[in-house]
Design a binder for this molecule. Structure first.
Ligand SMILES: [Zn+2]
Ligand SMILES: [Zn+2]
Length: 376
């Protein structure tokens, strides 16, 4: 009796084992996240890995990087999609393939540029009917443009209904040819003008609205509307040295409609005014106020830069004229095309004179500059 139970146990664990083997790729393992990972963690993992393994960033091991990159984007595509993830969790990769093209993946570079915008990686131009562009202003600080930053933006947009994939029908065979126009979308109407005289007119079919197809049972998920509104999170990569007014384009990330290529989503950077630094091109300008004593005998000051680093203003033993502008090379903004190179930093000095001197102070100064009180 006991052995029989044991045998059953072995048999069932074997079945479980085969189920795991046929499940295909371990998308969680590829992204290095746990099975209960939140969407945010999945996005973060994709963000880091896809950048690390982008073939453009690995010219010395392009083939390995390419394979990794494809794997990462495949895993991300599945795990970031609620529906696909559910199927994958239940039935594995095989399940996705069987689920009506659910396993069909997009161009990994498209996934990447959807995530990071078109400024990085490959993109294609297609000549199709395109939906309207969505233009958004993105407020950034000078610090963001100096050090670079990823900004997550919540985008509420229209998407094709994930259940019916934009057909509006409950099942694919619920879409049938319109019997009124026989699928032509138009009807020929004959008007009798007089005896033996007819006028033929072509009109759009009123039954199918010119589509040539009718839906027998509407998709319950979108009530046959074919689209839904959904909140989508995208990560806008603000790169070091980007400029005010610069556009970051997310190709085909706009509202989705059946038979229309979605328009682009375009973010325009808008820099907030900075209390300390003013930017002109790749150069930065700032003002520093010094005392009369500092102007005469020199000083050593620390200026906090945009990334928190310290710029030493060392003018010990030097006279600084009011309005003097000190030029510091390689302390300006990073160049967007070549961020290890930087522009200049200009520091203009204001000298604050004391409002009043004591007699002792005045006498001492007179003595120093060998003047006479009466002469002043
Ligand atoms: Zn029709
Ligand atoms: Zn639907």
């Amino acid at each position: 009796m006991k052995t029989r139970i044991l045998l059953i146990c072995i048999a069932s664990s074997l079945a479980l084992f085969t189920a795991l083997v046929t499940a295909g790729k371990d998308f969680y393992g590829i992204l290095g996240v746990s099975r209960d990972a939140q969407n945010r963690q999945i996005r973060k993992a994709y963000k880091e890995l896809s950048r690390k393994w982008h073939p453009d960033k690995n010219p010395d091991k392009k083939e390995e990087a390419q394979a990794k990159f494809v794997e990462i984007s495949e895993a991300y595509e599945v795990l970031s999609d609620e529906e696909k993830r559910r199927i994958y969790d239940q039935y594995g990769e095989e399940g996705l393939k069987q689920n009506g093209g659910g396993g069909q993946t997009h161009n990994p570079f498209d996934v990447f540029s959807q995530f990071f915008g078109g400024s990085f990686g490959g993109h294609q131009q297609r000549q199709e009917r395109k939906g309207p562009e969505i233009s958004l202003e993105l407020a950034v600080t000078l610090e963001d443009l100096f050090s670079g930053r990823d900004v997550d933006v919540e985008l509420n947009k229209q998407v094709l209904c994930p259940k019916c994939r934009g057909t509006g029908a409950k099942n694919p065979d619920d879409v049938t040819t319109c019997s009124s126009c026989h699928g032509h979308g138009i009807k020929i109407v004959r008007h009798q003008l007089g005896p033996g005289m007819f006028q033929q007119m072509q009109t759009t079919c009123d039954v199918c609205g010119g589509k040539g197809k009718v839906v027998r049972t509407k998709c319950p998920h979108c009530q046959g509307k074919k689209v839904k509104r959904r909140s989508n999170q995208i990560s806008v990569a603000i790169e070091r040295g980007m400029t005010d007014g610069q556009k970051i384009v997310f190709e085909r990330e706009g509202d989705q409609s059946p038979d229309v290529t979605p328009g682009d989503v375009v973010f325009t950077l808008k820099t907030a005014e900075h209390p300390v630094f003013t930017r002109v091109g790749d150069n930065l300008y700032t003002h520093e106020t010094i005392t009369l004593q500092e102007a005469l005998v020199g000083f050593r000051k620390v200026l906090k830069h945009l990334d928190g680093s310290e710029v030493i203003l060392d003018r010990n033993g030097t006279v600084t004229q009011p309005g003097y502008v000190q030029e510091l090379l390689q302390e300006g903004m990073p160049l967007h095309t070549f961020p290890s190179e930087r522009g200049k930093l200009y520091v203009e000095y204001n000298v604050v004179l004391p409002t009043k001197l004591t007699t002792t102070q005045a006498d001492a100064i007179l003595q120093h500059f060998s003047g006479h009180r009466e002469e002043l």
